[in-house]
Design a protein around this ligand. Sequence first.
Ligand SMILES: [Zn+2]
Length: 358
Amino acid sequence: MIKSLLQCIRRGLAVFGVYRRRRAARQRRGACRLTILMYHRIGCASPGNSRLSVSTARFEDHLRFLQSHYDILDMDTAVELLRAGRSPQRNSVAITFDDGYADNVQNALPLLMKHEVPALVYVVPGYVGTDKLFWWDRLGLVAEATIAADGESLSNRSWYLGAVREIIERCGRDVGIAESVHALGDKFQTLEPAKRDLILDEWEHSVAAHMDSAATSRHVTADWNALRQLAESRVDVGCHTVTHACLTMLPPQAAKQEIEEARVLIETQVGLPVRHFAYPYGQAGYVSSVLPHMVQEAGFQSACLAIPGACQGSGLFTLPRVYAGDFDTRDLEIQIERIRSPIVPPVPPARPMESIHA
Ligand SMILES: [Zn+2]
C-alpha cells in the first residue's frame, strides 16, 4: 500500500518534470551524478522470472530516453571519473548486462550499435560455448513442466521434501508460477551447487515428458565468437566469475580462483584485457568485506554490486547499480533519479549455506 502510494507520487514527480529540473539544478551546481544500470536479458524472457528481461522495443525506448537526458559513458571513462573524485560534466549513466546471455548479442548489440551506445557485458566463462543453463533458468523450466505434469506423481519422490515440496505444491494452484519460482529461487541460491544440480537433475527427470526440449537454446549464454563480436563493437567484456559462484560461500582460496581464473579464461579467448568485475548475487549479505580486496588484487579496475545507489562516494570495488527492468521510460527515470541512501559496506552473509534434505 505505502509502496504503491510512493510509486504514484514518484510518477507524478516524473510527469511534472521534477526529476528533469533536479538534473538541471545538479548540472548548474557542477554536481552531476553517475548511475550504473544493470540489465540481464533483452528480448528473451527467463522462464518463471520476468524481472530478468526487457523487451527489445522497451530497450530501444530506454536507449532513446537515456541518450536524450544523460551522457552514456563506457565503464573505463566512468571508473576514471570516479577514481579522480570528479563529477561528470552532465548527468551520466553506464549500461551493464549480467551473465552474458546469447540474447545480449542477438538482440541488444544491434540496438547498441544503431544508437552508438557503449555498454559492458559481465560473462561467466564456465558457461560460454556450452549448452549448460544457469540454475534459475533450469528451475523456471522445470517448474513450468511441473505445472503441465500430474502433481501426484511427484509427491512420493525421496527428494521431494521440505521447502521444495512446500513450494511445488503451491505451483499451479492459488500461487502463480512466477511467485513460486521466485520463492524457491531464494532457497536454491543458498544451496551447495552440487546439491542444487542433483535436485534439479532428479526433478527434470521426473517431468521429462513435459519439459520444453527446444527451450535450452533460448537460454544459453553467448559463445566465444559472439563475445569477440561484442568486443569488436563498443561493448566491453567484463568478468562474473567462472561458474557464477556465490563467493561468500566458498573458502577464500576457492573464491580467489573463481575470480582470477575467470579473468584469464576471458582474456585468452577474447584477446583483450578484462578490467571490470561484477559479483554474482551482488546483494547485501552476499558480498563479504574481503571480496573487494580480492578483486582488486586480481588486477581489476572496478567491481559492481547489485545494490542500488549513486556512484559518487562509493568505493571502486563496491559500485552500486540500479536495476533496469521492463519499465516504461518514466519508471526508468524514477529508478535512476529517486533518492538513494548511502551504500552500506558489505557484510558477510547472515546465514550459512543451507541444505534441502534429499
Ligand atoms: Zn549474475
